[in-house]
Design a protein around this ligand. Structure first.
Ligand SMILES: Cc1cc2nc3c(=O)[nH]c(=O)nc-3n(C[C@H](O)[C@H](O)[C@H](O)COP(=O)(O)OP(=O)(O)OC[C@H]3O[C@@H](n4cnc5c(N)ncnc54)[C@H](O)[C@@H]3O)c2cc1C
Ligand code: SF4
Length: 435
């Protein structure tokens, strides 16, 4: 497994936007918690971490016990503490919101406990006695990692196949660097693998380097955690000009290496989702002075989180609402984007063309889905590009399970972790009882 990342990565210029708690700050915040019974924050967490319990342990000085509570529910609790959109999950549901009092900073407390555990290299879980069964997991993202860890706790041998050289999936290649940098994600993967008995084979593109059927022959069960595919492209004249890039592709280059932003004065981001908002903040953070988001809808309808848009505006983001690029123009490289204004039905308004300067254009209008990779396997149903499963992640093909973005169409790391773990439990039941 290759884990060495270049030191010379564009993402290293970003500071942590939420910062770490000191022990005193953590203690004060933990003591504000009301330790609610039937706590709404727990229900809002897809992995159902016992939040009041882990906070109480911090409040009583038992940081190790606190970390154990978190990891017992979610082995990716360290990255989730940094990357979870807590504002719309646990923190958003904290009872303090209804009282007009600032909610408990659950993410920061979770980070406090999990960082301590990681820095001290505390280990909480051991592999179960060897079951003699083996599972192949496709993709080394959060879904497969959570599944593999749970399978190891039950004694099943695991092999993860990852097509990229880097492990961690989008946690490594996609998450905004002011939330978490790639090296922390790779370190987390290594920490998870510390349970032992999980082999990771990078550079193996399942479906190309090895067939799905071959995997099926070699392993007792298969978990599919392939995530989403390449960026969707907006086919307008000039799409091939240098400087016009798919957003997720560009973010990966920025996180794992260097993107040439020196000399770039202006950037256009196409889209209004969370990837678009990340790109806006990343382009501004890399020193591009004029960053304009071009979105076909209105502010109230954008799919990006309101708190992220607020943060982008504070950093100086510009926006063109109800607008659509109709051409990228420039001499040998992109220099401007020609846009058209849209009416409330998203229909172009004749004669409304305007241009926005752009040395860089990042197209963040979605990613393709990868379900089609499996559609030739009898019994596996694919709908809208997503792999169809029951609630436990079982597909219609015996021994085949799926979880994470390839199943849910693209949610958050915490959803992938929850789905991976649930599928692992179903795989365990299948391997031990033939369910
Ligand atoms: C730009 C961006 C920013 C994001 N920011 C956040 C955030 O701040 N917070 C948050 O919670 N979520 C965020 N997300 C979403 C989150 O990253 C995903 O929901 C999560 O990573 C999904 O996990 P996964 O394991 O299903 O897929 P992935 O993380 O995509 O991992 C899938 C892995 O499978 C590999 N793979 C694919 N096909 C094959 C194959 N045929 N053979 C072998 N390997 C294969 C891929 O290379 C990849 O490593 C973001 C997503 C994007 C695109
Ligand atoms: S809802 Fe808020 S106050 Fe209640 S247990 Fe959760 S974090 Fe603590």
């Amino acid at each position: 497994m290759s884990s060495s990342l270049s030191q010379d990565r564009s993402e290293t210029v970003f500071a942590d936007y939420k910062g770490e708690y000191t022990p005193d700050q953590a203690m004060v915040e933990a003591n504000r918690c009301l330790f609610c019974t039937d706590a709404p924050c727990v229900k809002a967490c897809p992995t159902h971490i016992e939040i009041p319990q882990f906070i109480r342990k911090i409040a009583t000085g038992n940081v190790k016990g606190s970390a154990r509570t978190i990891f017992d529910a979610n082995i990716l609790g360290m990255s989730c503490a940094r990357v979870c959109p807590v504002e719309v999950l646990c923190v958003g549901d904290c009872v303090y919101n209804e009282m007009g009092v600032p909610p408990i900073q659950i993410g920061k407390l979770q980070r406090y406990a999990t960082d301590h555990a990681f820095d001290a290299q505390w280990r909480f879980f051991e592999a179960g006695p060897d079951s003699g069964k083996s599972v192949a997991l496709i993709g080394a993202g959060p879904a497969s990692l959570a599944a593999a860890h749970e399978l190891r706790r039950n004694g099943h041998r695991c092999t993860i196949f990852e097509k990229r050289p880097a492990v961690g999936g989008l946690n490594t290649t996609g998450v905004a660097p002011y939330k978490m940098k790639a090296d922390r994600s790779v370190e987390e993967v290594q920490w998870v693998l510390g349970i032992g008995g999980i082999e990771v084979k990078t550079g193996v593109d399942v479906g190309a380097s090895i067939s799905f059927e071959e995997l099926e022959k070699q392993y007792d069960a298969v978990f599919v955690g392939v995530g989403l595919g390449p960026d969707t492209i907006l086919s307008v004249p000039g799409t091939d000009l240098p400087g016009v890039e798919g957003a997720v592709d560009w973010i990966e280059k920025m996180k794992l290496g260097r993107v040439p932003t020196e000399g770039a004065k202006s950037c256009v981001i196409v889209g209004g989702g969370n990837t678009a908002l990340d790109c806006v903040r990343e382009a501004l953070g890399l020193g591009i002075a004029q960053v304009t988001m071009v979105y076909r809808g209105v502010e109230e309808k954008m799919s990006g989180y309101a708190h992220e848009w607020k943060a982008a505006q504070t950093q100086g983001a510009r926006v063109e609402w109800q607008a659509l690029p109709v051409a990228y123009e420039g001499n040998g490289k992109v220099e401007r984007v020609v846009c058209q204004r849209l009416d409330t039905n998203k229909k172009p308004i004749a004669g409304s063309d305007f241009t926005v300067p752009a040395d860089l254009v990042l197209v963040a209008i979605g990613q393709s889905k990868l379900g089609h990779l499996l559609s030739k396997l009898e019994g596996i149903e694919v709908s809208g590009g997503k792999v169809v499963t029951n609630d436990d992640g079982a597909t219609g093909r015996r021994g085949w399970y799926a979880g994470g973005d390839c199943r849910n169409g693209g949610k958050e790391v915490v959803n992938a972790a929850a789905e991976g773990k649930a599928a692992a439990r179903a795989i365990h039941a299948f391997l031990t009882g033939g369910v």
